[in-house]
Design a protein around this ligand. Structure first.
Ligand SMILES: [Zn+2]
Length: 295
């Protein structure tokens, strides 16, 4: 990881040399040690999290941050606390850049190495269905996708993104995030969430973090079945698929741990399970990196 400080004048100098400059000046300009330390502290782009594909980071914006971005994607900063959140897609590049623009005109950036994952890839000696989805199917599917996209575009101001997530339900993990089948060399879509099976339909599940209900489709969607979506704020949202029942409605504010629905097998499912997926903007994320392993 490297850090750079871009000064208002042209050219880019490394933080190390900026500090060296500051210390060299200290002699002649009597710049105190505290002042030199304050100058470096002001550009600290620190964070913590799971710095890997499908993972996330959280940090505190440096004082005077006007805007923050990750590889050009804007990162929301909570105005009250200065906290921010960003995440890495399942197929994120191995190196991304976090950049802060400061009120005094400086631009600070930091290169982040994103650790690759080893996804469960299954090679299958069967050709993928030759034809794509039928027009009859797409006629049903298009408005469903439009509803999902419209829900994801809603900005609710929820603060769940600041919390440590909990499991919505406990059971057997019957499908992991990111796993994928390759049909005679042609990749199929990877699994976009985590599947939790409790063995029966009707098991209640809870909100993994605070949120606002942005979709509560109890007229089953063709693939997702009864679909419940929560906005956790700052571009982060959850989707819960195949519900047998949804116990909340659009606009409801839910708290972490609150029962919001019941597990089922509506839509395309071979048995009762909860499919939970998480997205930050366009990045698909691995829920287990938010909760930690199930105990
Ligand atoms: Zn699933």
């Amino acid at each position: 990881m490297t850090k750079n400080v871009r000064m208002p004048f042209p050219g880019r100098i490394a933080l190390g040399s900026a500090l060296a400059c500051a210390l060299a000046l200290a002699g002649s300009l009597a710049l105190s040690r505290q002042e030199a330390q304050a100058a470096t502290a002001a550009v600290d782009l620190g964070f913590s999290g799971e710095v890997t594909q499908g993972g996330w980071i959280r940090g505190m914006a440096p004082k005077g941050t006007v805007s923050l971005s990750l590889d050009g994607e804007s990162v929301g900063v909570d105005p009250a606390s200065g906290q921010w959140f960003a995440a890495f897609d399942r197929d994120a590049k191995s190196s991304v850049t976090l950049e802060a623009k400061l009120a005094d005109g400086r631009v600070v950036d930091r290169t982040i190495s994103v650790a690759p994952r080893h996804w469960n890839i299954e090679n299958i000696n069967v050709a993928r269905t030759a034809k794509g989805p039928s027009e009859a199917f797409m006629k049903i599917r298009r408005p469903e996708l439009a509803q999902i996209n419209a829900a994801r575009d809603m900005r609710t101001g929820a603060k769940g993104w600041m919390e440590h997530f909990i499991w919505p339900a406990k059971g057997r993990i019957s499908g992991r995030f990111g796993s994928q089948r390759i049909y005679r060399g042609e990749p199929g879509a990877y699994h976009s969430g985590i599947d939790i099976a409790t063995g029966t339909s009707g098991t209640p599940f809870v909100a993994p973090a605070d949120g606002v209900v942005i979709l509560a489709a109890d007229k089953p969607f063709s693939l997702e079945g009864n679909l419940l979506m929560l906005d956790h704020g700052n571009g982060l949202n959850s989707a819960f698929l195949h519900c047998s029942q949804i116990l909340v409605k659009v606009g409801d504010h839910v708290k972490q741990g609150q029962v919001i629905g019941k597990i089922g097998m509506t839509g395309r499912a071979t048995g009762p399970h909860l499919h939970w997926s998480l997205k930050w903007k366009d990045a698909r994320l691995d829920p287990i990196l938010f909760t930690g392993p199930m105990d």
